[in-house]
Design a protein around this ligand. Structure first.
Ligand code: ACO
Length: 380
């Protein structure tokens, strides 16, 4: 096929770039399934660990299979001493996503199997990455606040252990479960920008750690995972319910994007946002943050009225911002938390890619000049 015969698809919006058995998205009807199971059903009934097994293995585990994965993950909660030492050298005003990206890349230095691109070692690396990412985020947060770094507690699940390492207090069951649900909802989402980034890297037969570090870089942008921080900033900037209408109308008149709305694939409501809306209402009431929920709900009403007909609805980031705030997380930990969950999707898609690999290398349409004479520098 010549360059002329290829199709230029800006933003790859109409390009199928991979085959996957992990998550299915029906953007027109607002449906998301993990291996055929509706996301709402998983949020209500599953755990992050069980959903991880499902996404990686294509089936729900029986009890002994689940216990096996849970044990393997818990054995890998702790960070290598060298990674903790490295985190202690990070500037305390660094962005947590930069700290996370650097520390995830550094895990390769402490894994003798880092460059062994075979199924067994890649499963082990995936387990390490999912188990250790929460420890990295928590360790950096403690370091920047001048607090002791807390050892993981392997009697806890990933969500509760993260809150323990972050706060030095065992979370209540309700808080642990709230975070667990958020992790399930964010675990995978087709070939989104960060997952595609990880696939491009692994398709060169690079390694899992490099792929994950690249994916973290893609996730942090405000058009992708960074939007949850943008939502919280917007809510803080607006300040109160009575100022919502004027603020949103002004932003729309200025043609500003409203963070947490719109999606490349969903032209109906993102089903994760539907679930989170109800969930957020409860947690906001329990933690005395009703005003944030009320502001968010009002923003959604205005957006529905003004741009709903154009398929611009709340996405997963919109209500997750208030949920994370209610969980006591600092604003700049929202996107790292997304990365903790999405590590499951990134690693899973990379393992799928390696099972039937082809280098990902699209073309580009050259639009510059041809046949230009070289001008000596003295004549320019
Ligand atoms: N607020 C206001 N207008 C919007 C929004 C929004 N949030 N999103 C899209 N639009 C408008 C655009 O201004 C554009 O209008 P125009 O045709 O008059 O120029 C039109 O809708 C199409 O927007 P694009 O950005 O071209 O659509 P695309 O499919 O490329 O974008 C995206 C999807 C990037 C998510 C976009 O909706 C956006 O920027 N949203 C805000 C950021 C956000 O919430 N990102 C998180 C996405 S979910 C995730 O990554 C987990």
């Amino acid at each position: 096929m010549t360059v002329d015969e290829k199709i230029f698809d800006k933003g790859l919006a109409n390009t199928i770039a991979a085959e996957s058995s992990m998550s299915y998205i029906d953007g027109a009807n607002g449906i998301l399934e993990y291996v055929g199971i509706d996301i709402d059903s998983l949020a209500r009934n599953s755990t992050f660990e069980e959903s991880t097994y499902l996404l990686w293995n294509g089936t729900l585990p029986n009890q002994s299979q689940l216990n096996g994965l849970v044990d393997d993950l818990r054995e890998e909660y702790a960070l290598p001493g060298g990674v903790i030492d490295l985190i202690r050298t990070f500037p305390t005003d660094a962005a947590p996503m930069h700290a996370l990206q650097t520390a995830v890349a550094s895990l390769a230095l402490h894994d003798p199997e880092a460059d062994v691109n075979e199924p067994g070692p890649n499963v082990r690396k995936s387990i390490k990455l999912v188990a250790k990412t929460p420890a990295i985020v928590a360790a950096f947060d403690r370091h920047r606040k001048g607090l002791d770094i807390i050892e993981p507690d392997s009697s806890l699940d990933i969500a509760s252990n993260f809150l323990w390492m972050l706060n030095g207090e065992k979370p209540t069951e309700t808080m642990g479960k709230a975070l667990d649900v958020c992790l399930i909802l964010h675990a995978d989402h087709g070939t989104n920008a960060s997952t595609f980034t990880s696939l491009v890297v692994i398709s060169t037969l690079s390694d899992m750690y490099s792929s994950m570090a690249a994916a973290i870089g893609a996730l942090r942008g405000p058009l992708h995972g960074g939007a949850n921080e943008g939502v919280m900033r917007m809510l803080e900037e607006i300040g109160s319910l009575d100022k919502v209408d004027a603020a949103i109308e002004q932003k729309l008149a200025n043609k500003d994007k409203i963070m947490g709305f719109g999606h490349r694939v969903y032209k109906a409501v993102d089903p994760r946002a539907t679930y989170l809306k109800t969930f957020t209402k409860g947690i906001a009431e329990d933690t005395g943050n009703q005003s944030l929920y009320e502001m968010s709900s009002r923003i959604e009403d205005i957006m529905n009225e003004k741009v709903g007909s154009r398929g611009i609805y709340p996405n997963v980031d919109f209500y997750s911002a208030t949920t994370y705030h209610c969980l006591g997380l600092d604003l700049d930990l929202f996107t790292p938390l997304f990365a903790i969950a999405r590590m499951v999707g990134w690693t899973g898609h990379c393992m799928e890619q390696l099972a039937d690999n082809k280098l990902i290398r699209p073309g580009s349409a050259y639009i510059g000049p041809h046949g230009v004479d070289y001008t000596p520098i003295s004549d320019r």
